[in-house]
Design a protein around this ligand. Sequence first.
Ligand code: ADP
Length: 232
Amino acid sequence: MMSEPDYPPALALVNVARRYKEGEGAIEVLRDASFAIEPGQSVALVAPSGTGKSTLLHLAGLLEHPDEGEVYIDGEATSGLPDRDRTRLRRLHVGFVYQFHHLLPELTALENVMMPQMIRGLSKKDAAARGGDLLGYLGLGKRLNHRPSELSGGEQQRVAIARALANAPRLVLADEPTGNLDPKTSDHVFGALTELVHATGVAALIATHNLELAARMDRRVTLRDGQVVELD
Ligand code: ADP
């Protein structure tokens, strides 16, 4: 028999329910949903719109509370924590990549990646060193001092990925990270993201409609009747 790994999953949902009020009643977006991602694992979330992808990402990122069940980040139960501690866990352990990069336009690529590290208390020197390493790894070593408006869409999105990983989170959550890029660029950005997942041991949950990209991830899951179901 295989022995159990001695580290906790980066993310675990256990018997999670999430409902929204709708008129007199409620719709149950997640019902008794359980799901875990191990460190270094990339998981594609492929499901039609309206089935609860954003809800799942928001629960995993501690931006919403489950109505039932528990969300664990790096083994820590989160539902009973005060908001201050949820914010701390989110800052320490979760990185977000959105469809639109949301970079700060007045800052350079490097400064955008330094920002979350400095908020966390790193010195400017250390933040610049790590930011430079990450951007270099993503092929942007010659673009450190460019502002977002001076970068291509794919380059901007790679800066956003570097920013999401800047504080070495346990979990990266992405919502259609290549949704507004052309196929070639999106392929490149996606490759960079999955390479970093494997290189750094971060876990990734990536919502995408792109089946070709999903096929390159370690696992594929969908949402069916409020549950997270493995595909393949
Ligand atoms: P997806 O990201 O897959 O498109 P969502 O998680 O955004 O799906 O939404 C799942 C369902 O829950 C949809 O029917 C949506 O209308 C509903 N929903 C999402 N957020 C809210 C909310 N804040 N209040 C009420 N209903 C919501």
